[in-house]
Design a protein around this ligand. Structure first.
Ligand code: AHG
Ligand code: MN
Ligand code: MN
Length: 327
């Protein structure tokens, strides 16, 4: 049996990264405990305000955000924190070597119905040690991430983590309180027959995405020549977890539902950390055409279309987009 602490010691010599992952995963235990008590812990329902994204905050969005913020503020390696729920980044220790970004609670619409939710995190190097961090310091491409991962609060609590080149999966032992390693080098099959999309947005998609989903629905009777299956958790953490477990394609594509958004998901808190996990597990992660990890961000809250998962399927979506662009 290998615990997270032992795994970190064996796989990374970066003490700052290791201790920061320890901080985040300790908070994960608290969030998991709160979720287990649910209504009894008075964590369900609305917080009564909107976040910087213009979304209604749930009590647990705010709580999870504050727990992470407090814990990271006490971590001397952390030079600053950026969260989906906060307007601006929060400076921490100027001498720290790391910046931490997170979606404290992913899948907010699942909280009140006792379904899977998660926490997504991304760790970047801090380039101006000794000075107070500002938003601009966080504007680094995803390929600069030192580590990334998520906590999934499902029927059990799991951690997916990538440091160095591997993606490892841990399960939280509720008795010992240890995250126990269950798989060390996750790899995703290149082909899949499962896809994940909120189809109610169909009329807002671009033509190549409409064509792609039409082809999947046509299944055996259409150009793909085989049937596909839809799965949608409504929490990216859940959908990405399924893909790491058994392959699949997840997309939240470009849509015209809200003119000012290029898609729903956030580059720095959702797309980048998930893309690092998926690529390291042998999958693909694009905005339909371009590699997500190479996007140079210009805003910490920037949104991006996301197509990720089994490599051949992600490539197929890209080809369709390129064919349409060439017309
Ligand atoms: P968040 O709860 O952090 O705002 O993220 C929710 C995201 C993502 O997890 C999920 O894939 C998607 O929103 C679901 O959106 P809709 O069901 O509203 O389409
Ligand atoms: Mn989210
Ligand atoms: Mn969130």
């Amino acid at each position: 049996m290998t615990t997270l602490t032992q795994y970190l010691n064996n796989h990374s010599t970066n003490t700052a990264v290791n201790e920061t992952i320890a901080t985040i995963t300790e908070v994960g235990k608290t969030i998991a405990q709160l979720l287990r008590r649910g209504a009894l812990a008075d964590i369900l329902g609305e917080a009564g305000n909107q976040n910087v994204q213009g979304e209604e905050q749930k009590k647990l969005d705010v709580l999870a955000n504050d727990l992470l913020l407090d814990a990271l503020a006490s971590n001397a390696h952390c030079a600053g924190v950026a969260s989906e729920e906060l307007d601006n980044s929060t400076p921490a220790h100027a001498d720290g070597s790391l910046l931490v970004l997170f979606d404290p609670l992913d899948g907010s619409s699942n909280i009140d119905i006792n379904m899977a939710v998660g926490t997504i995190f991304s760790i970047l190097p801090y380039q101006r040690q000794g000075q107070i961090s500002v938003d601009k310091d966080f504007l680094q491409a995803g390929n600069q991430q030192l580590a990334a991962g998520y906590l999934l609060y499902g029927t059990s609590t799991m951690l997916a983590l990538t440091i160095a080149n591997d993606v490892a999966m841990f399960s939280l032992d509720p008795d010992s309180g240890d995250y126990v390693l269950i798989e060390e080098k996750i790899q995703i099959d290149a082909d899949t027959s499962e896809y994940s999309i909120n189809s109610s947005n169909y009329r807002y998609w671009r033509a190549p995405m409409q064509q792609y989903i039409d082809e999947l629905i046509d299944g055996e009777a259409g150009v793909r020549g085989r049937d596909f299956n839809t799965r949608w958790v409504a929490a990216m953490v859940g959908d990405v977890h399924r893909i790491l477990c058994r392959g699949g394609l997840f997309t939240y594509p470009f849509d015209t539902k809200y003119a000012h958004k290029a898609g729903k998901l956030r580059l720095m808190y959702e797309a980048n950390p998930m893309s690092l996990l998926i690529e390291r597990a042998g999958g693909g992660a694009t905005d339909a055409v371009n590699r997500i990890l190479d996007i140079e961000p210009n805003d910490i809250h920037q949104r991006v279309p996301v197509v990720l998962g089994s490599k051949n399927e992600v490539a197929y979506v890209k080809d369709l987009h390129l064919q349409h662009a060439a017309k």
